[in-house]
Design a protein. Structure first.
Length: 307
């Protein structure tokens, strides 16, 4: 579509939209001040922390790995992107990483449960754990069930609680007591896309790529006013929110439709869809979509493709 979102897209819009009492409460936590005591000295020459995961889960695993590296040091965290270099023997390096870890964090997802390599990693760690040689901590990444062998093991629920809370819990467990370039440091679980005919009707689809989003409250930003377009949930279900004219976003005045379904959440398999319909032949001029992150605070999140 024409008229892209003005650059730069703002990080936040504060105190410009109402907060209906019926709106869901966000579980997104603000930026955390990571102020942990240093862990006790670790005398082994091997890694203290082993991160067992599959490649497709890197967007949610890598932010955790980066935080652990920052606190404990790269040499004490086995994360394949920096622990295995070109020319290294993969099996040999994996064996080194699993030789004497204190903690093995197994990121459980549909994809990782199908990986034979990951299966070898966590089963090896479980065997060591039964001998008191390490601690294995599952981290649930999606809605998958724990393997039968781990059903008695307490796990960290990243899927329900989000990356920041899960990372805080992981660091707490660890008594929180080079040539690597981060590829997923600015991961966004939410993305949106738009399809349709801007002279008639378009559908905005909001997706959660990896984690459940329990607060499905959004603001659709348009140049149009409420006499030119109609905004509603595509499935026709009940919603809360309303029309908010004249919101200033990055110096550009737009009109915002705050909207959320009554109940429910967004998951990777259940996106939210919003339909925008033209009135009287007006061209639909979409400017962007924002997420209600907390209170009266709205945060921008990226489109999955240019629009």
């Amino acid at each position: 579509m024409s008229d892209p979102v003005p650059d730069p897209v703002p990080d936040r819009v504060l105190d410009q939209m109402p907060n209906p009492a019926s709106a869901p409460v966000s579980s997104v936590v603000p930026e955390l001040a990571w102020d942990y005591e240093k862990p006790a000295p670790y005398e082994s020459n091997y890694c203290m922390i082993f991160i067992s995961h599959t490649h497709s889960d890197k967007p949610v695993v890598e932010p955790v790995a980066l935080r652990l590296r920052e606190i404990f040091g790269e040499g004490k965290v086995f994360y394949d992107s920096w622990s295995i270099q070109p020319g290294d023997g993969i099996i040999e390096k994996m064996n080194d990483g699993l030789t004497d870890p204190r903690f093995v964090f197994f990121f459980v997802s549909e994809a990782s449960l199908k990986s034979k390599m990951v299966e070898l990693e966590w089963q090896n760690a479980l065997m060591k754990a039964t001998k008191g040689q390490c601690t294995i901590i599952p981290v649930r990444v999606d809605g998958s069930s724990m393997p039968a062998l781990l059903t008695q093991t307490l796990y960290i629920d990243m899927f329900s609680n989000g990356i920041e809370v899960a990372t805080q819990q992981i660091i707490g467990v660890i008594q929180g007591t080079k040539g690597f370039e981060p590829a997923h440091e600015k991961f966004s679980n939410l993305t949106w896309s738009v399809e349709g005919d801007p002279t008639n009707e378009v559908t905005v689809t909001i997706r959660a790529s990896h984690l459940m989003e329990p607060n499905p409250y959004f603001a659709v930003l348009l140049d149009n006013d409420d006499k030119q377009v109609n905004v509603k949930l595509t499935n026709g279900g009940p919603s809360v929110g309303g029309y908010n004219p004249g919101i200033v976003v990055s110096g550009h005045k737009v009109n915002a439709w705050a909207i959320a379904p009554v109940g429910g959440a967004i998951t990777p398999k259940h996106p939210l869809q919003i339909t925008i319909t033209s009135k009287g032949g007006s061209s639909i001029r979409l400017r962007g979509v924002m997420h209600k992150s907390s209170g009266d605070e709205y945060t921008s999140f990226p489109p999955s493709k240019p629009f």
